[in-house]
Design a protein around this ligand. Structure first.
Ligand SMILES: CC(=O)N[C@H]1[C@@H](OP(=O)(O)OP(=O)(O)OC[C@H]2O[C@@H](n3ccc(=O)[nH]c3=O)[C@H](O)[C@@H]2O)O[C@H](CO)[C@@H](O)[C@@H]1O
Ligand SMILES: C=C(OP(=O)(O)O)C(=O)O
Length: 416
């Protein structure tokens, strides 16, 4: 099993190109199930969840022609309407096949994802929404079996804001009969990216980027071309790494307008940021100042950046409070950061981080995707060597992270 060996203490300098967003790519690949025409996608990130999704969709019959960071999908020969447990258990986003399969083929069988390292993560809202659109849904032997001759538009109010729930219902609604209103829908940029692609495919959607989307169903969707948005979480991860180690780094191929809160927090921590529409230069010459925050839905502070900012807070001047409101169990990195000499205590959903003068390298274990990223950041800032185990979590969502960090001068290598 691969591990990362990091010798900390080097300032990061240079340029880094940010990849396409994992959380936009996964639903967008599933949108390939909605049409028999070609979908041309560019700016795909090269990471494990994307290849798992490609494998899942290929076995359904979606044809795929991958070339570097581009892919052409063709859904004219879909013959298997099932997402099996083996795949769903490695990637929860497989649930995103449910809405498109049901809407276009009238049936789908998708394994229930179950919980994961960050919480219970039920999919009851996906099911509730599809049932409201007329689907008959049974849950048997760990599978969701959904059937509907034709989905019917209706008004759906989800109990909470759910990102993949909104994406599943949005894709289903594009081919439903009549009008669907999605109230309390997620406004995350990745949802907007999916919606923009669907519009390019002929879907009729208004209210994109708001909490109320209105969809007029159409009888079929056609092919389109789409450039996937830049990964805001990867961008924030590199920015936190520079804030923790010090340095001068320019992020290329990024999107300043979808990173507002993260950039505000970095300025509060003492970073100098020079931004243009698609580049961010960060200069950090002092120890960061502690920053407190509370995770919420977009445009608030993203839960997917919580662990990385906490890593920066570990060596900051002062004490910070980090409150997680989206997932019930997203502090698995706390114990591992403490192994590196951090001083963090948790009280329910809040972590109190007392900044220490230095972290010291140690063997640590990655427990989930962003927890892994926080350990990389802490290790880069620590004195001495850190060996991070179970980095398959990191590979799930980052495109060649150690290659990009090496190019910025970090002493990081993959070892088996
Ligand atoms: C592939 C992808 O895009 N993943 C992102 C997506 O996950 P995902 O879409 O799974 O997260 P949700 O937005 O659905 O979850 C938000 C909250 O709602 C709860 N919930 C959700 C659905 C449901 O049917 N019932 C229910 O109770 C969840 O357990 C969680 O507490 O959004 C999360 C929140 O921004 C991000 O951390 C993930 O990176
Ligand atoms: C939690 C994440 O992903 P997923 O929803 O695929 O588990 C993430 O990207 O941080």
């Amino acid at each position: 099993m691969d591990k990362l060996l990091i010798t900390g203490g080097t300032r990061l300098t240079g340029d880094v190109v940010i990849s396409g967003a994992k959380n936009a790519t996964l639903p967008i690949l599933c949108a390939g199930l909605l049409t028999s025409d070609d979908l041309h996608l560019t700016n795909l990130p090269l990471l494990k969840d994307v290849s798992t999704m490609e494998k899942l969709l290929s076995q359904m019959g979606l044809r795929m022609n991958v070339s570097g960071n581009s892919v052409t999908l063709n859904g004219s020969n879909i013959h298997n309407l099932e997402a099996p447990y083996d795949m769903v258990k490695t990637m929860r986003a497989s649930i995103l096949a449910l809405g498109p399969l049901l809407a276009r083929f009238g049936e789908a069988r998708v394994s229930l994802p179950g919980g994961c390292a960050i919480g219970a993560r039920p999919v009851d809202q996906h099911i509730k929404g599809l049932q409201a659109m007329g689907a008959e849904i049974t849950i048997e032997a760990g599978y969701i079996h959904a059937k509907a001759k034709k989905l019917k538009g209706t008004r759906i109010v989800t109990d909470m804001i759910t990102v993949t729930g909104t994406e599943n219902l949005l894709m289903a609604a594009t081919l439903a009969e009549g009008e669907t209103i999605l109230e309390n829908s997620a406004c995350e940029p990745e949802v907007v990216d999916l919606a923009n692609l669907l519009v390019a495919m002929g879907a009729q959607i208004s209210g994109i980027g708001t909490s109320r989307m209105v969809i007029q169903g159409v009888s079929s969707l056609h092919g389109a071309q789409h450039h996937i948005i830049s990964d805001r979480v990867e961008a924030a991860t590199f920015l936190c790494a520079v804030a923790a180690t010090g340095g001068d780094v320019t992020l290329q191929n990024t999107r300043v307008d979808i990173l507002d809160v993260a950039l505000d927090k970095l300025r509060e921590a003492g970073a100098i940021l020079i931004t243009e529409a698609d580049t961010i230069r960060i200069q950090m010459s002092s120890r960061p100042k502690a920053v407190s925050f509370r995770t919420t839905e977009y445009p608030g502070f993203p839960t997917d950046m919580q662990a990385q900012f906490m890593a920066m807070n570990c060596i900051a001047e002062g004490t910070s409070q980090v409150t997680e409101t989206i997932f019930e169990n997203r502090f698995m990195h706390v114990q591992e950061l403490n192994r590196l000499g951090a001083s963090i205590e948790t009280e329910g959903h809040t972590a109190i981080v007392r900044g220490v003068d230095k972290l010291v390298g140690a063997p640590v274990m990655a427990t989930d995707l962003r927890a892994s990223a926080s350990l990389v950041i802490a290790a880069l800032a620590a004195e001495g060597e850190t060996l991070i185990d179970r980095i398959y979590h990191l590979d799930r969502g980052y495109d060649q992270m150690e290659v990009k960090l090496s190019a910025l001068g970090a002493n990081i290598k993959r070892v088996s």
